[in-house]
Design a protein around this ligand. Structure first.
Ligand code: UD1
Ligand code: UDP
Length: 370
């Protein structure tokens, strides 16, 4: 029996890997082992609990004030004995986090094949997003089988000279997750609070936006909350203390803004499906919102997810107070602009990405044609 070791560590990786865990667990030809780095602790455990996933190894690396270096070193140190004793035939990683980078590098040092889920996303700017652009490019140098979510991601890999026979367009597993979480009759106290108003979901956490760009973002949303009485804003704040401190300082006393703890994924997806628009610097949210028909103003200068921009549901609005404020005003004031951005389109998959990836893994490991 072939052994697959899947490793992930942050909230978005977990949301996108859990649907794949469920499918891989049902495959007869392989034994799947799940390892979490716990680069995130609370935010990861929320996802594990919603999807009810059994974890085989927990590296438990998170500590207050962790640095990129400490996370990388600790994961590589702790994974070593697991790779030595388990000797998996394939290590599966996701996306572009420090966990993905450290795990892929460890697998490479052990000469174990690497499968990369969500391969091929690029901005070609090493500092945006930072350090994720570096992480995903390095992971793709090591990868033996690429699961590209879209044709654009596949084209990036081909342009870099990766072998076409090893690249597969699968769709993004986040759409698989989304299909299981959104319920039409969802309601809770926050949704009640926003009833009859236009609900804006706001999130911000990117490392390159800490400090000044985040001050600009928070100032813009504060200004909008004062100006628009018919708007309610919910900001589930990331656990990063640097984000939390700034959020409470600038937005703590705004009547129309609720600062809340990170939501479990089921609740968050339902908030998204009920909202009027989304302001974010997140990656995953850019993929989820188009299929819910929710306009997203992306608080970044560049994105590795151009499909949503092309589909018309995403718009890059930069990281200055003025640009974020002005672009949000246009969406709030102009119905035709709003309607053209809120048509439900989904360039990121059909909800069957996990099944496709699982079948490809089985074929790859059992030497069947893929
Ligand atoms: C990481 C990823 C980023 C991803 C984000 C998702 C890297 C380099 N970055 O960034 O790509 O978009 O996760 O959210 O891998 N913390 C807690 N509890 C938690 C989670 C985080 O206390 O449940 C604290 C940590 O102690 C840390 C801080 O938040 O000090 C930042 O976490 P870290 O994983 O270093 O980076 P993220 O900004 O979360
Ligand atoms: N999300 C969540 N709870 C929240 C905010 C976001 O479950 O309070 C989900 C969201 O639906 C998406 C993922 O977290 O699937 C995005 O994670 P994040 O923005 O932290 O990371 P990124 O995608 O930017 O790497």
């Amino acid at each position: 029996m072939k052994k697959v070791l899947m490793v992930f560590g942050t909230r978005p990786e977990a949301i996108k890997m859990c649907p794949l865990v469920k499918v891989l667990k049902k495959k007869n030809d392989i034994n799947l082992y799940v390892c979490i780095s716990a680069q995130h602790r609370e935010m990861l455990d929320q996802v594990i609990s919603v999807f009810d996933i059994q974890v085989d190894y927990d590296l438990n690396v998170m500590h207050a004030g962790q640095s990129l270096t400490s996370v990388t070193i600790e994961i590589m140190n702790k994974l070593e004995s697991i790779l030595d004793s388990l000797q998996p035939d394939l290590v599966l990683v996701h996306g572009d986090t420090t966990t993905s980078f450290a795990v892929a590098l460890s697998a490479f040092y052990h000469k174990i094949s690497v499968g990369h889920v969500e391969a091929g996303l690029r901005t070609y700017n090493m500092y945006s997003p930072y350090p994720e652009e570096f992480n995903r490019q390095v992971v793709d140098m090591i990868t033996d089988i690429y699961f590209a979510p879209t044709q654009i991601a596949k084209d990036n890999l081909l342009k870099e000279g990766k072998p076409e026979s090893k690249i597969f367009v699968t769709g993004n597993t986040v759409i698989d997750a989304l299909k299981t979480t959104v319920k039409n009759d969802f309601c809770d106290e926050n949704i009640d609070w926003a009833k009859g108003k236009r609900l804006i979901i706001f999130t911000a956490h990117r490392r390159e936006n800490l400090g000044n760009p985040m001050i600009e973002m928070f100032s813009a949303i504060k200004k909008l909350s004062i100006e628009y009485e018919d708007v309610r804003i919910i900001f589930p704040i990331h656990k990063n203390p640097k984000v939390r401190e700034l959020a409470y300082k600038i937005l703590g006393d705004c009547e129309n803004i609720r600062l809340i703890e990170p939501l479990d994924v089921l609740t968050f997806h339902n908030y998204m499906s009920k909202c009027y628009l989304i302001l974010t610097d997140s990656g995953g949210i850019q993929e989820e919102a188009p299929s819910l028909g929710k306009p997203v103003l992306v608080m970044r200068d560049i994105t590795e997810r151009p499909e949503g921009i092309k589909a018309g549901t995403l718009k890059l609005v930069g990281v200055t107070e003025n640009s974020i404020y002005e672009e949000t005003k246009i969406l709030l004031d102009n119905k035709s602009v709003y309607e053209s951005m809120s048509e439900a389109k989904n360039p990121y998959g059909d909800g069957h990405a996990s099944e496709r990836i699982a079948n490809l893994i089985v074929s790859y490991l059992t030497n069947k044609d893929i």
